[in-house]
Design a protein around this ligand. Structure first.
Ligand SMILES: O=C(O)C(=O)C[C@]1(C(=O)O)C=C[C@@H](O)C=C1
Length: 113
């Protein structure tokens, strides 16, 4: 393949990755809502460990396991931040509606619990 053809393939895969990551984020948001409504914690390290094991099992190269795991760690960090930002927004809206501004919190930026 020429460089131009290779870049077209990369662009197409990037497009698909954006679609897949957006779908993943929708499911993570839904999981976050479910966990809040059932009083479960947002951060679930055992589940995350299972995901990293799944990723390594599927890995056929050429990416080293450790690098692929780092990519997924970053993805899940972002998912958690998304879940917590939604939660914080909901709490702010509830606090405003109830007239309790003191209960308002700034959205988080991605730290673990
Ligand atoms: O599976 C969950 O419980 C989720 O909330 C989803 C998810 C993920 O993005 O895969 C996000 C945060 C948790 O720590 C574990 C996994």
């Amino acid at each position: 393949m020429t460089l131009e053809e290779l870049r077209k393939q990369i662009d197409e895969l990037d497009r698909q990755l954006v679609i897949l990551l957006s779908q993943r984020a929708e499911y993570a948001l839904e999981a976050g809502r479910l966990k809040v409504s059932t009083s479960l914690p947002i951060y679930e390290p055992v589940r995350e460990k299972t995901i990293y094991e799944n990723v390594r099992r599927e890995n056929k190269g050429p990416l080293p396991d450790i690098e692929l795991t780092h990519i997924f760690e970053r993805i899940i960090d972002v998912m958690r931040a998304l879940q917590r930002n939604e939660l914080a927004s909901q709490r702010n809206a509830q606090a405003s509606a109830a007239g309790h501004e003191a209960g308002a919190q700034a959205p988080e930026t991605g730290n673990r619990q």
